[in-house]
Structure formats: structure tokens, C-alpha cells
Design a protein around this ligand. Structure first.
Ligand code: 9EZ
Length: 526
């Protein structure tokens, strides 16, 4: 079952033609329109459920808010720097990238930078081009036996290590996530950064840009390095602090730098680019035919896999959604949404605290997406483009709803989901489960239904004292409004007030005609 529905896709840059071809082969309607202005894009994007970009399209909050039908933004490349992911998430739009397509190209460029730094190839070539024959100036050193420090040992760091080992370099590294036993399989000995800095003749960084990696090489850490250390950044501008790098180059503490990325691109401050020991490129890491073809193919295949409900690969803002790609989880998502809808319709509380409890061993791994599904139902207000599994928790937070989930295995064989809404001292509870593939309601505010209520179609809930007149009277009100009563369930406890649920052919225009017969009434459609 497709969780996301996409028919029309806009490709707003020159992405490899195989991307369009793959999408079309899977029945999607694909339009390529490049070189649009921001206004063009804001106007055009309304008509699409999917948008595919590379790096040039700035998918800002303005573009995203104008995109009333958009379900997915795919970036053919690594990272999503040109997409406002927060704005997309708030709008329930999945953001996807192709993290592996550029790996080899980025690694090869990095190796090229290391070789350029060891032999001054770019500077020597420039000197030749200027008519010189200067052999003394460009004395280099061999890589054999030198130590390369690799900070960040993911896909790219690993490929750099393997390649530079073939030059006889010793490879050491650091990564907070990759276990030392894993990096050992590709010949990288891990150590702390404190231990790594003084060992290296060369350092290359392959981390994302985030607070902990911004300025990873700075005045302090350069001071801990060998004098003359050569550094490479083909990852993200800012991992090596640009001002500190310039100072280190000027003092000779840094012997050379290979830079493919900059804080500002293109860099306005030209001191680094113009420094004689700097080799720079205009962000060419992914600029190969092969990487572009791979990224174009990857983004198309990832979108197709998602639409077919197979897997969710490369999504950066849909962790909850990713955990729902199994057939067994589908009825539970429906149950969660239905319980959220029932809670909202019956409780009158639109704020406060929502506690979601999953019960039983087999729902242990479902607690996360079930909470989001409940919130989707709780927040749905009939208007389109409302809550979905991508934005539910974000929207809940913004609406002042506190969401807590927990898991209870007191009765391991039990499988159920309970939702409790508490606000202003009152508490309201619904409990449901899945029977076969059907989501059902077991309990409403303490009243247990004699027969579980199938949570589908138009449902009318009311609380009334048990009496033989009740059902015929309610049926009369419905008939007067031209509606049929299709099913009836009542909770146990015929002595006092009991909750009843009636399946109706459509919803009542208003509930006032029921007021004389019942104490509380609510209706909903699930
Ligand atoms: C963080 C990192 C490296 C790093 C590397 C990777 C997610 N992540 N974080 C701090 N892959 C050095 C210092």
C-alpha cells in the first residue's frame, strides 16, 4: 500500500536523463523545467506532488509554502543544504537525498588534493603556463610512509583510506559513530582527536557540517598538529575554520591546504584561494558524469520504492514513516489515527497532554509510529494538507500539545493501544486494538464495549442511561434526518450511564436533536 501518493514530478535542474526515464517507466508524469526564477518556481510547483533538484534550486520556505500539493522533495546529491528541511517537515513533505551516489567521486577528488599537496602539481602547472621552468620551487615529498588522518570514517572516508593505503600511507582516523573494529576492516586505526592531531602529515575531513564539526580545525587544534601539516576539505565549508587556516598557512604551521568547499560559495574573501600553498576547486566533489548519473538514478529509484511502499531510503525528515514500511504495521497506523480522531471528537480537550501507551510484547517497536498516528488523527480537522506522519509531532508541539508515549508489557500477549488525554484536571481514555486487519475500539472512558467497535465509516458516539427506549429513539432521530443506523454497540455496565456507538450512513448535520436523549454525543468519520 502506498503511504504517499505522487503523480506529477517537476525536475527543476539538469538531472541525468535516466532520472526522468525511470520515473516515467513507473507511470509518473515528469516535467523538466530549468532556469526558473524564484517566482516561476513558486508558481509552477503548485501543480506537482514531487520536486527533484540538484544544488542550484533554492527550496526555501516561500517555495515550500507555495507548494500546496507537494509530498516529496528529492535532491539528486548528498546533503540537503539547499532545502529548508524544517519548513518541509512542518508541511508534512518528505525530504530525500542520495547519500551514496557521490562517494567515489568525492573520495577520488580528495586523493587528488593529497597528491597535489605532496607534489605542487597545480602550482607547477600554473608556473609552466606562465612561461617558467622553475624546478627548485616545487620540491615535493613522497606519500610513502606518511600518516594520513581521516576525520569522519563513513563511506567517503573509507574509500579515501583504501586508496591512499595503496600509496603506502599509514591511515589513522576518528569517528564518533563508526566502531574501531569496523574501521579496522578497512585499515584505519581509530584514536581520539587529541591523539590524532600530532601524528598526522596530512589530515582530511569527511564529516557533515554541524555544531560539533564546525571549526574542527581551528587555532587550538592546528597548534596540536605537526608543523607543516597539510589539510584537505572536500566535505563541507567551515569544518576547517577559514581564518585559522589562513593564520596557520602564514605561520607555516600548516604546509598546504586542498579546498573544494567554502563557508561562502563562491568565496568573497579571496586570501585563502590566492595563497600559494592552497589548491582550490569550485566545489567539484560530485562533478563527474558517473556521480551525476548515479545520483539521478538513485533519487528516481528511491522515490519509486517509496511510492510502492517497499522501502524509504535517503529520507532525512521521515524517521517515523520509515518504520511503517511493513504490511503488518498498516492496520495499526489506521488504528492510531482512528483512536486520535475518537479522542478528539469525544473529549472536548484540544490541548494538554496526550499519553499513548502501547500494550504487549509485539507492539514494542511500534510505539513510535503509533504515537505519531494518534496525533495525526487528533490534529486532523477535515482541511486538506493537515497532519501526517512526517509533521505530526512538530505540529503537536506548535499547538501546545504535549505528547508522551510509553510501552507496557505487563500482559505480554496483549496487543492494544491506549490513548489518554489529560487537561485541566480531567482525563479521558480510549483503548483499541487490531482484529484481523480491522482497527477496533475496545473501551471508551472506562466503558468496555460488549463487541469491539469497528473503527471505519461514520460513527456516532453517545453516552446515555440504559433504557429500552434509547435505541428506537435514536433511530427515530436519525431516520428523521434521512440517515440509516447501520450498526449498534453498547458498552457493558447497563446499570449506570453507558457509551454507545452507532454506525451511520452519513454524519448528522447537527447533534442538537439528540441532546434530549443522551448526555454526551460526538460524531466522526474514520
Ligand atoms: C563529530 C564527528 C567527527 C562526526 C563524524 C561523523 C556524524 N559524524 N560526526 C565530531 N560522521 C569529529 C568530531
Amino acid at each position: 500500500m502506498a503511504l504517499v501518493s505522487v503523480r506529477r514530478v517537476l525536475i527543476s535542474e539538469s538531472v541525468d536523463p535516466c532520472c526522468k526515464k525511470i520515473l516515467q517507466e513507473h507511470g509518473l508524469d515528469v516535467t523538466e523545467k530549468t532556469n526558473m526564477t524564484k517566482d516561476d518556481l513558486m508558481n509552477e510547483v503548485k501543480d506537482y506532488e514531487g520536486l527533484i533538484v540538484r544544488s542550484a534550486t533554492k527550496v526555501t520556505a516561500d517555495v515550500i509554502n507555495a507548494a500546496s500539493n507537494l509530498k516529496i522533495i528529492g535532491r539528486a546529491g548528498t546533503g540537503v543544504d539547499n532545502v529548508d528541511v524544517d519548513a518541509a517537515t512542518r508541511n508534512g513533505i518528505i525530504v530525500m537525498n542520495t547519500p551514496s551516489g557521490n562517494t567515489i567521486s568525492a573520495a577520488e577528488l580528495t586523493c587528488g588534493m593529497v597528491m597535489s599537496l605532496s607534489r605542487h602539481i597545480p602550482q607547477a602547472a600554473m608556473s609552466m603556463r606562465a612561461g617558467n621552468w622553475d624546478r627548485k620551487k616545487f620540491m615535493g615529498s613522497e606519500l610513502l610512509g606518511k600518516t594520513l588522518g581521516i576525520v569522519g570514517l563513513g563511506r567517503i572516508g573509507k574509500e579515501v583510506a583504501i586508496r591512499m593505503q595503496s600509496f603506502g600511507m599509514k591511515t589513522v582516523g576518528y569517528d564518533p559513530i563508526i566502531p574501531p573494529a569496523v574501521s579496522a576492516t578497512f585499515g584505519v586505526e581509530q584514536m581520539s582527536l587529541e591523539q590524532l592531531w600530532p601524528l598526522c602529515d596530512y589530515i582530511t575531513v569527511h564529516t557533515p557540517l554541524m555544531p560539533s564539526t564546525t571549526g574542527l580545525l581551528n587555532d587550538d587544534t592546528f597548534a596540536k598538529c605537526k608543523k607543516g601539516v597539510k589539510v584537505v576539505n572536500c566535505a563541507r565549508g567551515g569544518i576547517i575554520d577559514e581564518a585559522a587556516l589562513l593564520r596557520a598557512l602564514e605561520s607555516g604551521q600548516c604546509g598546504g591546504a586542498g579546498l573544494d568547499v567554502f563557508v561562502d560559495e563562491p568565496p568573497t574573501e579571496r586570501a585563502l584561494v590566492n595563497h600559494p600553498n592552497v589548491v582550490s576547486c569550485p566545489h567539484l566533489g560530485a562533478s563527474t558524469k558517473e556521480a551525476q548519473a548515479r545520483c539521478g538514478q538513485d533519487i528516481a529509484l528511491q522515490i519509486v520504492d517509496m511510492l510502492q511502499g517497499k522501502t524509504l531510503t535517503g529520507a532525512v525528515n521521515a524517521q517515523v514513516l520509515a518504520s511503517t514500511f511493513s504490511p503488518e504495521s498498516q492496520p495499526w497506523i489506521k488504528l492510531g489515527e482512528a483512536l486520535g480522531t475518537v479522542s478528539k471528537a469525544c473529549s472536548a480537550e484540544k490541548q494538554g497532554h496526550v499519553l499513548i501507551t502501547t500494550l504487549g510484547e509485539s507492539l514494542k517497536s511500534s510505539a513510535g509510529f503509533l504515537s505519531s498516528a494518534v496525533i495525526v488523527g487528533f490534529l486532523k480537522d477535515g482541511s486538506k494538507n493537515g497532519a501526517n506522519l512526517v509533521n505530526a509531532l512538530t505540529l503537536a508541539k506548535e499547538a501546545g500539545i504535549m505528547v508522551t508515549s510509553n510501552h507496557n508489557t505487563t500482559v505480554p500477549s496483549q496487543r492494544a493501544c491506549a490513548v489518554e488525554i489529560s487537561a485541566n484536571g480531567s482525563c479521558y481514555k480510549v483503548v483499541g486494538t487490531v482484529q484481523g486487519d480491522v482497527p477496533v475500539l475496545l473501551e471508551l472512558n472506562g466503558s468496555v464495549f460488549r463487541q469491539p467497535v469497528s473503527l471505519s465509516g461514520n460513527l456516532l458516539f453517545f453516552k446515555a442511561s440504559s433504557s429500552p427506549q434509547l435505541v428506537p429513539s435514536v433511530a427515530g432521530v436519525l431516520a428523521a434526518a434521512g440517515l440509516q443506523m447501520e450498526s449498534f454497540s453498547a458498552s457493558l455496565d447497563p446499570a449506570g450511564d453507558q457509551w454507545c456507538c452507532v454506525g451511520v450512513s452519513s454524519l448528522l448535520g447537527d447533534l442538537s436533536a439528540l441532546k434530549p436523549l443522551v448526555r454526551e454525543a460526538a460524531q466522526l468519520c474514520v
